[in-house]
Ligand binder design. Sequence first.
Ligand code: GDP
Length: 597
Amino acid sequence: MKRIRQPIIAVLGHVDHGKTTLLDKIRKTNVAGKEAGGITQHIGATEVPIDVVKQIAGPLLKLWKGEIKLPGLLFIDTPGHEAFTSLRARGGSLADLAILIVDINEGFQPQTIESIEILRRYKTPFIVAANKIDRIKGWKIQEWEPFLVNIKKQDQRAVQELETKLWELIGKFYEIGFQANRFDRVQDFTRELAIVPISAKYGIGVPELLVLIAGLSQKYLEQKLKIEVEGPARGTILEVREEPGLGTTIDVIIYDGTLHKDDTIVVGGKDKAIVTKIRALLKPKPLDEIRDPRFRFDQVDEVVAAAGVKIAAPNLEEALAGSPVIACRSEEEIEKAKQEILNQIKSVVISTDKVGVIVKADTLGSLEALSKELQEKNIPIRKADVGNISKTDVMEALSVKEEKPLYGVVLGFNVKVNEDAEEIAKAKGVPIFVGNIIYKIIEDYEAWVKAEEEKRKKELLAKTIFPGVIRLFPDERYVFRRSHPAIVGVEVLEGRIKPGYTLIKQNGQKVGTIKSIKSKNDFLQEAKKGEAVAIAIDGAIVGRHIHPGEILYVDLSRDDAIRLVKELRDMLDETDIKALKMIAKVKAREDPFWAAL
Ligand code: GDP
């Protein structure tokens, strides 16, 4: 029997922008003086039956022409982008639709941007709740009022301020490629992002938000929401939890089929598929019926998608948040499910001996999200795994560091760094980048790479000798001193010279070391092509080793040449290259290495 299930809805947005307040408000719908009861608490989710939506919405439902056939809406209780990334299903997101909440007074913040990136990556449709409109100066509050009714009561000034703030928000969306508009001005919901101004605290605009979610789901997601009710259940693990008296349990959102209390399930573990038989299906007891906190759950015989349920079963200790749950009714189905789950894990949890970064995350989904982002930036990954950052991770990064310093790092999303891992990382200089915003973790890493590269370049620059070719002036008048040290006037023909550089003759013979460079009365740290300067050369005697008019070359080592050509290439200009070629020609007589340069 086919039926349309409840769409699964996630709430995302920056910290303090009102995600929890909105969810709480939705949960308290029936306390709002309306008749509509029936909000049901699931495990990890809250269900708003369609009758409740209809009663709250009243005449607003006319916004949607066709009849709403959805049984209701299922809101995921844990808001935020971290939780969202663990809601994997079928390679995409478990959430059918999302609400992106933005504090209208604060606008875009880092986690707003991160949320949008994640929604975009998962191709999850969303609508925007522009929250805290009650904070606008002089705003008149009426609990649970539809926005379109509430706005009519506001004075001109407040309306104007709201419009300005909305325009700012619309502008921000435009900058990142979204056409957005206030929901009642949207012409085509497939092209424009709808913004509903709300006050989560007072419920203003929440009626429209619910109607819009129901209507959009009905209109655009009907095919996806049509499920075979009797079919075997499929779901995603939200959380793996230890429960007193129950052992390790998994909190699961079922998005397809029906789960029976005596089903066999296959779930994803760290590196394996776990096959286990359900011991109990549990739902939370209504709050007013919890007399003893040890008995917070009721057993049920079955759950029909979409629903949140706690599953108690043996062998769940190694189950992985974010991995699939597939109910099976035959050996054949079990085998198929095992294969499917293993393939999914293998595509995310990777372990290689490649030179690359170490990636850790709290769930399979967030690991996948972080890894994908790194791959898009062509940052190679050696290992990607779920869990806190351990000593082993740091040791592995250290071994990479020896080969490729810039990849010898650990990146972690929403994970802790174990104490011993932290210690060894500090001692061995292995950088760890952790956080709960994917793009920030990567930005921090990239900034570090850039700084390291610059540091390395500076070090290289400091120890690399640059090529230079000079000529002593032919006139004897420019021999200022013949020896100890010899001081002569020279012109730099190509490249550059610096104090400390050793000079050689055309035949490769060493002349001595430049002690100082002087122009008029100033000592210089460098003289470049075209400059005429006086140099003091330690170890040379004019008339014996060098003669007026002679051409001299800076002596380079093979290492200098390799660094110049390979790593400092962009620091060389045309004349440096000419000088390098001239020096190579001189040195090639003795060493074939230079001929090949
Ligand atoms: P979260 O971090 O996104 O879950 O944000 P919260 O729901 O915890 O809200 C953060 C703060 O903003 C709390 O002090 C809320 O009371 C307040 N807040 C949330 N929504 C509104 C609203 O619509 N109006 C006002 N005035 N305050 C709000």
